[in-house]
Design a protein around this ligand. Structure first.
Ligand code: CU
Length: 158
C-alpha cells in the first residue's frame, strides 16, 4: 500500500500546481477550452472526456486522435446517438472542426473515451494529453477531473 500512497501524493501536488492556469489553449486558429474528464466509480474501465473547440480560421481542421500516455494507451473519439431509445456510442476515426464554428464535445454527444483503464479517475486528477490536428498539429492540454455526475448528461442543446 505504500506505493499507492506515493502515487496519490504525487498526483495531488501536480493538480495543486496547475490549477492556477486558465485551462484554455490556443493553437493556430484553434481555441480549446476546459478539457475535462469525468470521475469514475472504482472498477470502471472507461472514462468520458470533453472540451470545446472554436475554429477561428477560414479552413476546416480535423481532430485525428488523442494521446493520454499517463492514463491509457487507448484514447478514442466517439459519437453518441439515440437509437430506439438506447444511447449508442460509435468510434469515430476523425472529427471535423468546421471553420468559423464552435464544436462542443460532451458526454451526451461526440466525446473522448479513455479505454482500458486500470484505476478509477477522481475529481482531483489531471492528465496530460496531446490532441493531434491535421492543420494545427500537436497541441498539449490537460484534462482536469470533474466530480461524478457534474456534467450535463442528457442536457445538450444546439
Ligand atoms: Cu464513448
Amino acid at each position: 500500500m505504500r506505493f499507492g500512497f506515493l502515487v496519490l501524493a504525487v498526483s495531488a501536488s501536480m493538480s495543486f500546481a496547475s490549477f492556477a492556469d486558465a485551462h484554455e489553449y490556443k493553437a493556430g486558429d484553434l481555441f480549446i477550452a476546459h478539457p475535462a474528464i469525468n470521475a469514475t466509480p472504482s472498477g470502471a474501465k472507461v472514462a468520458v472526456g470533453y472540451f470545446t473547440i472554436k475554429n477561428n480560421g477560414s479552413a476546416d481542421d480535423v481532430l485525428l486522435g488523442i494521446d493520454t500516455p499517463g492514463l491509457t494507451k487507448r484514447t478514442e473519439i466517439h459519437s453518441m446517438t439515440m437509437d430506439g431509445g438506447v444511447m449508442k456510442m460509435r468510434k469515430l476515426e476523425t472529427l471535423t472542426i468546421p471553420a468559423g464554428q464552435e464544436t462542443k464535445l460532451s458526454p451526451s454527444g461526440n466525446h473522448v473515451m479513455f479505454m482500458d483503464l486500470d484505476k478509477a479517475v477522481t475529481a482531483e486528477d489531471e492528465f496530460e494529453a496531446t490532441l493531434h490536428f491535421k492543420n494545427a498539429g500537436a497541441v498539449k492540454v490537460l484534462f482536469a477531473g470533474e466530480p461524478m455526475g457534474s456534467a450535463p448528461a442528457i442536457h445538450a442543446h444546439h
